[in-house]
Design a protein around this ligand. Structure first.
Ligand code: PSV
Ligand code: MN
Ligand code: MN
Length: 391
C-alpha cells in the first residue's frame, strides 16, 4: 500500500516532455538516426501522447519554435487538433536564438542593432505563439558568447541583454512567464553571456516580476552543488523550473538519474522543504535528446524515474530531520535523509499506477504495444538521412 505522502506526491507530480526528444536531434558531434524517430509535429504529439498514456504524468509537450513550426509560424488550429487527438497539450514555448546565420556573433547581445532587433522580434513572436496556444512559459536558452579575450565588450553585451529582456517581458501577459536558462558552455567556454545562475537571476530581476530562472541540470560545472542553487533560487522566489537530464555524454543528453539519482533526490528534497508559495509554479521539464537509446523508451524511463525520485523525496521525515539538524546530530540526520533515498518505492508506485488505471509497468507496456516497431515501419524511410541538420 502506498503511504499517504507518496500518493499525494505522485498525484501532484507532472513533468513536461520535449518535442525535440522524439526527433533525430541532439548531441552535436554526430547523430545516429533512429527509424522510429518523429519527423513532424504530428508525430511528436503522437509520441508525447503515448508517453502520457503510459505514465499519466506528462500531459504537456514543450515546443521549439523553429523546429516545430515552419518559418516560426504556429499553425494554431492544427496544434489544437493534435492536442485533442493525442491527449497532450502544448507546453513551454522555446524560441530559437542560435541557428540563424546572422547569429554568428550573437543574437540578443550581437553588437549589430539590426541583429539584436531580429532576435527581439523572434522573442516577441514566440511570446505571441505562447499566448495563442495558452502556454504559460517561454523558455529562453541563449547560446551567445565570445571566444577570444578583448574581442567583445562583456559589459555592453550585458546591457543589450537587459534591454531586450525588459522589452520581451513587457510583451508577456499577466499569466505568462519568461524562463531564463543559463549554461557555462556551448559553444563558448571562454565567455558565455548567461553562464550561471547569478547572471540568469540578475537578468530575470531586471526583466521583471514574471521572469524566473530555469535550471537545466546538465548546465553546470562538474561537482556543482545544484540543490544549493535550487535552495537559493527558492529563497529569493526566482525558481521558474527545471530541464532535467543527466550528464557524462556531451552535456545533457542522458536519462534523468541514470548517473546520479541522489542528486535529483536532493533537488526534489529542497523543493518539498520550501514553502508552497515558492514552489507553486515550478515547472518540471525533461530536456534530453537521446542519441543511442530508443527515444520512446528513454522518455518513458525518464518520466518513471522522475516519479520514483520525487516519491522518494516525499518520504523524508522532515520534522524529525529538522530536529536532528538543529541538534547537529550529523549521523542521525544523514541516516534519516538516506532512509528515504534508499527506500524502494517501486512497488508503491506500481500500486499507485494500478489504482489510477495506468499500466503497472509503463516500459513493459510500451514494448508489448509494438508502438516503436509500428513507428519505425511508418517513419523509417523519412528518417533515412535525417541527421544532416541540427534539428
Ligand atoms: C542546448 O544546451 C539545449 O540543450 C538547452 O538546454 C535548451 O534548453 C535546449 O537545447 C533546447 O533549445
Ligand atoms: Mn535545457
Ligand atoms: Mn542543454
Amino acid at each position: 500500500m502506498a503511504s499517504q505522502a507518496l500518493t499525494t506526491a505522485l498525484d501532484g507530480f507532472r513533468i513536461e516532455v520535449p518535442s525535440w526528444g522524439f526527433a533525430n536531434t541532439g548531441t552535436r558531434f554526430g547523430k545516429f538516426a533512429q527509424a522510429a524517430a518523429a519527423t513532424s509535429i504530428e508525430e511528436k504529439f503522437a509520441d508525447a501522447g503515448q508517453v502520457h498514456a503510459l505514465t499519466g504524468a506528462s500531459p504537456t509537450v514543450a515546443l521549439h519554435v523553429l523546429w516545430d513550426m515552419p518559418n516560426g509560424v504556429a499553425d494554431v488550429p492544427k496544434i489544437r487538433e493534435l492536442e485533442q487527438r493525442y491527449g497532450v497539450k502544448a507546453g513551454s514555448i522555446n524560441p530559437n536564438l542560435f541557428q540563424a546565420q546572422e547569429y554568428k556573433f550573437g543574437s540578443m547581445s550581437n553588437p549589430d542593432p539590426a541583429i539584436r532587433r531580429h532576435a527581439l522580434d523572434h522573442l516577441l513572436e514566440s511570446i505571441e505563439i505562447a499566448k495563442a496556444l495558452g502556454s504559460r512559459d517561454i523558455s529562453i536558452w541563449d547560446a551567445d558568447g565570445s571566444n577570444y579575450p578583448g574581442t567583445q565588450s562583456i559589459k555592453r553585451r550585458i546591457e543589450w541583454l537587459e534591454e531586450i529582456l525588459v522589452t520581451a517581458h513587457e510583451a508577456t501577459s499577466e499569466d505568462q512567464r519568461l524562463l531564463i536558462e543559463y549554461k557555462p558552455f556551448e559553444p563558448a567556454f571562454y565567455h558565455t553571456d548567461i553562464a550561471d545562475w547569478g547572471m540568469a537571476l540578475h537578468l530575470a530581476r531586471k526583466a521583471g516580476p514574471r521572469a524566473k530562472v530555469l535550471v537545466d541540470t546538465g548546465h553546470h560545472a562538474l561537482g556543482t552543488n545544484i540543490e544549493q542553487i535550487v535552495a537559493w533560487l527558492l529563497h529569493v522566489d526566482a525558481l521558474g523550473g527545471f530541464h532535467f537530464n543527466d550528464r557524462k555524454y556531451a552535456d545533457d543528453d542522458l536519462t534523468i538519474g541514470s548517473i546520479d539519482p541522489y542528486q535529483v533526490f536532493r533537488i526534489f528534497h529542497e523543493i518539498l522543504s520550501a514553502p508552497a508559495a515558492a514552489t507553486e509554479g515550478v515547472a518540471y521539464m525533461i530536456d534530453q535528446s537521446h542519441n543511442l537509446k530508443g527515444k520512446m523508451e528513454a522518455m518513458v524511463q525518464s518520466v518513471v524515474t522522475a516519479q520514483e525520485l520525487f516519491a522518494r523525496a516525499a518520504l523524508v521525515d522532515r520534522a524529525t530531520l529538522a530536529t536532528l539538524q538543529d541538534n547537529c546530530a550529523l549521523v542521525e540526520a544523514e541516516e534519516c535523509f538516506r532512509d528515504a533515498f534508499w527506500t524502494d518505492v517501486r512497488p508503491a508506485v506500481k500500486a499507485w499506477r494500478e489504482d489510477r488505471g495506468l499500466p503497472a509497468s509503463p516500459l513493459l507496456s510500451l514494448k508489448e504495444s509494438g508502438y516503436v516497431e509500428k513507428a519505425a515501419a511508418a517513419r523509417g524511410a523519412k528518417n533515412a538521412g535525417s541527421v544532416s541538420s541540427y534539428a
